[in-house]
Design a protein around this ligand. Structure first.
Ligand code: C2E
Ligand code: CA
Ligand code: CA
Length: 745
């Protein structure tokens, strides 16, 4: 039974409003649940707490008259902060089993429980307090109005603390999760969400009206504009949109100011936090409604410093991710992405969809005749023409230099419609050029289960169309696949020529950008034909890989490279290593490490004289197996390089695991350096290499401008026609000697 309000002191209700650490929003009420089988207790509690505010917020009482009723009520309302619970109700232990239900069954760990009993003599076992995390235990007689309020206040304070800690933890978990899952498509948004949750918890703000914006679009190619990467509550729908999409101008201006001034802004009713890592910048806007206290500012500063680093990492990886899937020039998805889209399309088995490959006739001539810039402009305008034609009904990709891929409904992806679309000339700089196209079509067949097989078939049809004298398009039919005969013929000739010793290995120097010294050479296989025409390895290596012949050829290249390196080792200013390309079938085979050791031993070479180059896409096809093999090779002391970096889809997690010494930036990224915006991906890869602490070689450096740009970014080594084309050993020796005599850059 409750005691009536007694002494005057008890009637004096202290001002319990305590803003420090309180909830700034001040709108929500604290929900208190009273569980008691005595109606009078409910009435008295209601009376005692009438119009009381605690920690700046009003109370909202809910009432249950039995354990069963309390269960039902709790199941429907998880936001209860404090439960005032009668120990003895229907049965002796009804109250305590209620506590068990709250903690164990409902998993409500945060709400506070105050036990009340009418019988002074009755007290539960001490262990119950620990086990069930009970806050307070009072006899009802003890609970005068003031004491009741005091007890509830301290329970609410501890409820707030527990909730803050839990929110902090949730925020931290999100951040940890975001960093672990760096490669997920929306990693930056996951990270932003973590940052916002964490900040809201630190500052005890409601999760509403917080915005994180970064410089540069998360998905398209605009590197300068401000874009929203995280937002909460009513603004959540704006993620991935430009900052200006936010209707509240004050927020937009505050974020712009923060980025422009490059510092945190602590305003009277808002705070904007500045995050920066390298060239990457972002700002987080918080509607604090009041100035942030000094103690919280320090927290924010520490937090911002930490987050800046994670933020930089995620952006780096996301840019690489974007690079891996997009064509830099047209911003269309690239071949890798197109194959994934085709996979999805094949799996869906849509009967009315068609795949097409569209090739621009005479593009190479145009490019040579009008220049690179006009060529690029033409590709961009073709991309736009295709986008307009498809009008969002399908997928468009740039799958080769002058080849575009389409997936879409037959109504748009058919010869008449596409030829019509290209009737008007295309703009290319100041030129208006007529564009002639050749198209290969492929309708999915019964047994097309993979994207790559669809692409292959569309490509077969395209090649047919190119050779055809009457028509500029072809649909794939199964008989066309007979070109396997052509492939088998090449493989047979390659095998013959290889066994007759007709293959050769040429060498291309790798040069230090700082000193101009030759630091290494790369061995590149050549297949000279009887007619003097040298087959490009880009054609026959895939066939050799496909047939397994690459294992023998690769072994031979390795021996030849070691023997060559022994020859040039003695020269003045000799390079430090020879790089040898290896294919998956070689690496996968058992005993590969021993093979390399034998080649080294036969030529009296130390292990670090060899750098093995493995292409990124191969390495990432079977990362587990590759990591394993590479570790065995690394254990011997060999150097390992990832070739064509930036063109495959690297998981940062796997990349970290791989014992690599060097990343080779693919030459497509170097060739972009010529035209203004270019070089961004090279820059990103160089930054990644530096972060991973590995060497970097830029491939395909053709102009002094490119070399200068790369040198400026701190790229250590370059390889390319600017220095020398690949050449036979004899020629290389002469070249090296001449260079040692009069070093150039
Ligand atoms: P890669 O390993 O990326 O080799 C670099 C390619 O770029 C070489 O083409 C080289 O001649 C060319 N290159 C070098 N500098 C420049 C430049 O400044 N501009 C331009 N446009 N190109 C440049 P190559 O010799 O035709 O080799 C093509 C690919 O064949 C190689 O690409 C490599 O993946 C593969 N390959 C070559 N030799 C072997 C080998 O012995 N074993 C294996 N498994 N693959 C090989
Ligand atoms: Ca290579
Ligand atoms: Ca390469």
């Amino acid at each position: 039974m409750t005691q009536h309000p007694g002494t005057a002191a008890d009637d004096f209700i202290p001002l319990l409003d305590d803003d420090h650490g309180g909830h700034r929003s001040g709108i929500d009420s604290w929900r208190i649940l009273v569980v008691d089988d005595d109606n009078e207790v409910h009435a008295a509690t209601e009376f005692a707490l009438h119009a009381v505010r605690i920690l700046g917020r009003p109370l909202m009482l809910r009432h249950a008259h039995s354990a069963a009723e309390a269960r039902e009520l709790l199941a429907g309302d998880r936001s209860i902060a404090v439960v005032l619970l009668d120990v003895v109700m229907e049965t002796e232990d009804a109250g305590l089993s209620m506590v068990g239900h709250i903690r164990d069954t409902l998993q409500m760990k945060e709400c506070r429980i105050i036990l009340r009993t009418g019988q002074p003599g009755y007290a539960p076992e001490l262990s119950v307090f620990n086990e069930y995390d009970i806050n307070d235990y009072r006899t009802k007689a003890e609970l005068t109005r003031t004491r009741l309020i005091t007890a509830i206040t301290s329970a609410l304070r501890s409820f707030e603390q527990i909730r803050t800690i839990a929110e902090n933890r949730r925020g931290l978990e999100m951040i940890v999760h975001a960093s672990a899952d760096l490669m997920e498509t929306r990693a930056i948004t996951a990270l932003a969400e973590g940052v916002l949750t964490q900040l809201a918890a630190i500052l005890k703000l409601p999760l509403d009206g917080i915005v994180c914006a970064q410089r540069g679009s998360p998905c398209a190619s605009d590197p300068d504009g401000l874009y929203i990467v995280g937002a909460t509550g009513r603004l959540a729908g704006h993620v991935a949109e430009p900052l200006h999409a936010i209707p509240d101008l004050a927020i937009v201006r505050a974020i712009e100011t923060c980025i422009a001034e490059g510092r945190h802004i602590f305003g009277d009713d808002h705070t904007v936090i500045h995050l920066r890592s390298g060239h990457q910048e972002a700002a987080v806007y918080l509607n604090t409604q009041a100035p942030v206290p000094t103690s919280d500012r320090q927290l924010i500063e520490v937090f911002a410093a930490n987050m800046s680093a994670s933020f930089g990492n995620v952006r780096l990886v996301e840019q690489l991710h974007h690079t891996a899937y997009h064509d830099g020039l047209t911003a269309l998805p690239n071949r890798t992405r197109f194959i994934l889209d085709l996979d999805e399309f094949a799996a869906r088995g849509s009967p009315d969809g068609v795949v097409a490959l569209l090739d621009l006739q005479h593009f190479a001539d145009l490019n040579d005749g009008l220049g690179h810039d006009a060529g690029n402009a033409l590709l961009v305008s073709v991309a736009k023409r295709l986008q307009a034609h498809m009008a969002g009904t399908g997928r468009i990709a740039r799958v080769g230099a002058d080849v575009f891929g389409l997936i879409g409904p037959e109504t748009r992806v058919n010869p008449e419609a596409l030829f019509d679309a290209f009737m008007p000339p295309c703009e290319a700089g100041e030129h208006q050029l007529p564009v002639a196209i050749t198209i290969g079509f492929c309708r999915p067949l019964e047994n097309d289960r993979t994207g790559i097989s669809l692409l292959k078939r569309a490509n077969i049809a395209l090649n047919r169309a190119k050779r055809s004298l009457h028509s500029s398009h072809e649909y794939f039919i199964p008989e066309m696949e007979d070109n396997t005969r052509w492939r088998l013929d090449i493989i047979r000739r390659l095998r013959e020529d290889f066994h007759h010793g007709k293959l050769a290995v040429w060498y291309q120097p790798q040069v230090s950008l700082a000193s101009g010294r030759v630091v290494g050479i790369e061995a590149l296989v050549r297949w000279p034909g009887d007619d003097g025409f040298v087959q490009p390895p880009g054609v026959f290596i895939p066939l050799a890989e496909y047939s397994g012949l690459i294992v023998e050829i690769g072994d031979w290249v390795l021996d030849a490279a070691c023997a060559a390196f022994r020859e040039i080792r003695g020269l003045a200013d000799a390079p430090a290593y020879v790089a040898v390309n290896v294919s998956m079938p070689q690496v996968r085979r058992r005993g590969f490490a021993q093979r390399v050791e034998a080649a080294l031993a036969a030529n009296d070479l130390p292990p670090y004289a060899i750098e093995l180059e493995i292409t990124e896409s191969l390495a990432m096809e079977e990362p587990k197996a590759v990591v394993h093999s590479l570790q065995a090779l690394k254990a011997i002391g060999l150097r390992i390089a990832i070739d064509d970096f930036g063109t495959g889809y690297s998981s940062l997690a796997h990349l970290r695991e791989m014992p690599i010494d060097c990343l080779k930036i693919d030459r497509t990224f170097i060739s972009e350096i010529a035209d203004g915006q270019g070089g961004m991906f090279a820059e990103t890869i160089i930054a990644l290499g530096q972060k991973l602490g590995v060497g970097i070689v830029a491939e395909g450096v053709e102009t002094p401008e490119q070399a200068g740009f790369l040198r400026g970014l701190g790229c250590p080594v370059a390889q390319g026609y600017l220095y020398a084309k690949p050449m036979p050993l004899g020629e290389l020796m002469g070249w090296l000697q001449a260079r040692a005599a009069s070093p150039a850059n």
